[in-house]
Write a protein that binds this ligand. Structure first.
Ligand SMILES: [Fe+2]
Length: 259
């Protein structure tokens, strides 16, 4: 790990911290979520927020509508069903090619020690960046009125860094590891109860500088509408296989272009 990076990480996150992921792997395994508080220190956050602020004017504003499975509508089920009900996300996003190669964000993303730590958490030998130039590291801005609707992720794991928290709203809510029934089929009934607000979600308190690792493909999650202020969230996106691109449809939706 380069010494430049350690001056921007929280006190706890020394080389020896990253060398023993087993404890954190267990937490992620049992809770479905792992928070590393104060992962980035104040100095690092200042740099990251400055960079995000400078880039915001070239960010792409997206409005996306989808069902929680992020799949085409199933014609055999009603539009009100859990399978087809329409959710909505509005945000602004900066694609990876607009982030400077010497940015602290890229240093964190590419650091071999940190990457090996993440790989161990996920129980894989190696992690790879997206092969398209847009999708590996993204800066997401949620302004007043923006929200991330309920969904399951396509990828097994999500790694996020909260760079700036909003003053009101913008709360991360989730239901851990509930997607499938015991027989391995989709649990539409439970998803419907969640969408109908009959089941109370878990809420993750988050502070600027916190890194969160989340198993988003089995856990329904959302971020409630930002009511006041601005929320800036960095996503560090890896693949467990080499040569994977984000789908052209997703790139078009979130970046407004495919290359
Ligand atoms: Fe997600």
């Amino acid at each position: 790990m380069k010494s430049r990076i350690t001056s921007f990480l929280g006190e706890k996150y020394s080389r020896s911290f990253f060398e023993d992921a087993s404890h954190y792997q267990k937490i992620l395994g049992s809770e479905g979520i792992l928070v590393l508080p104060h992962f980035i220190n104040k100095l690092g956050l200042k740099k990251i927020v400055e960079e995000a602020d400078n880039l915001k004017n070239v960010s792409f504003q997206s409005v996306s509508k989808y069902n929680v499975y992020v799949l085409p509508t199933d014609p055999n089920q009603s539009m009100k069903s859990a399978r087809n009900r329409i959710m909505k996300t509005t945000k602004k996003c900066i694609s990876n090619d607009l982030i400077a190669s010497d940015s602290l964000l890229m240093e964190v993303y590419n650091d071999p020690t940190i990457k090996t730590f993440f790989a161990t958490l996920f129980g894989v030998a190696e992690l790879f960046p997206y092969s398209d130039p847009l999708s590996s590291v993204n800066i997401n801005y949620y302004d007043q009125g923006d929200a991330l609707g309920w969904h399951f992720d396509n990828s097994d794991f999500t790694i996020t860094l909260l760079a700036k928290n909003c003053n009101k709203g913008g709360i991360y809510q989730y239901h851990t590891d509930m997607r499938y029934k015991e027989d391995g089929t989709e649990n539409f009934d439970l998803v419907e109860s969640i969408l109908d607000q009959k089941v109370e979600p878990e809420t993750q308190k988050a502070f600027a500088g916190d890194l969160m690792v989340f198993r988003g493909n089995k856990s329904l999650h959302q971020v409630t509408e930002v009511l006041e202020g601005e929320r800036i969230l960095i996503t560090f996106n890896y693949n467990t296989k080499e040569g994977v691109s984000l789908s052209e449809k997703s790139r078009k939706t979130f970046f407004g272009r495919i290359a």
